[in-house]
Design a protein around this ligand. Sequence first.
Ligand code: GZL
Length: 326
Amino acid sequence: MIRRVSAAIAAGLLVAAGLAGCGGDSGSGSGNDDGKITMGFAQVGAESGWRTANTKSIQESAKAAGIELKFSDAQQKQENQIKAIRSYIAQKVDVIAFSPVIESGWDQVLKEAKDAEIPVILTDRAVDSKDTSLYETFIGSDFVLEGKKAGEWLVEDSKAAKGPVNVIQLEGTTGAAPANDRKSGFADAIKADPKIKVVASQDGDFTRAKGKEVMEALLKAHPETNVLYAHNDDMGLGAIEAIEAAGKKPGVDIKIVTVDAVKDGMTALSEGKINFIVECSPLLGPQLMDLAKQVVDGKKVEKRILTEETTFTQEQAKAALPERKY
Ligand code: GZL
């Protein structure tokens, strides 16, 4: 059964649980002597505005929940995440959480955590392990749906187009769940209109710098391009620099659709340099801490917890920006 919980509701739950829990112990969980839960979190890196906001949400929520957080930044390298998880096992933390930089290669270290009887929570990105007993739950977005939303917008927007709609796709990190799934969701959606064709698709590693570099090269090779689909705002923002350097108007000569809806992306959308953004919420901290308390107390939780998210047009971005937390 999939549970959909908005970050706001979970935050409320968390405060209530925190207040109820302070003074008392954390239940039958294996918390420290003082009943405080220790969490080891192995973060992907700091590659994008989304990741920075995600890290902030996790760190602030741990503090609010009275959970002691051990945190590591893997600079987008799987071997660093595996090292961090092993060190958390050695330190006998109560719970491990991480966002797998890529989907494969986790079974061995997850078995080591299971053998050490330390529950694992996946956040943000998924793993392709067949053995789902290796983790308690996966909390994060439906990336296929995000790609589908981006594709459906382009199909709608291309209805009036007379000629071909030639798309450059800037993919996220090769092997990462959001890259795989945003690509497949988009590809399925654009089948609805044969005018739409992906003329080039390349890994931009979810960063602005790489997005700009790849877009410069692809624009030279594909001058017929009139749409960019970037798997995150940061690559889209890097690509905007390349588009402008090529003397073209982003949002007009080349329409742009991205995923995330971080502040810089939403600002570009409000200025008409991006045309549509599919939201991917980084605010997973409150739900994560709520789940950590439950799994440490030995409670069963849903295997898949989806985060609620929406989409933004230019007008919606203008309205949302003043309140945007990240
Ligand atoms: C998606 C997350 C992705 C973001 C990127 O949940 O894993 O990684 O879309 C980030 O901005 O780098």
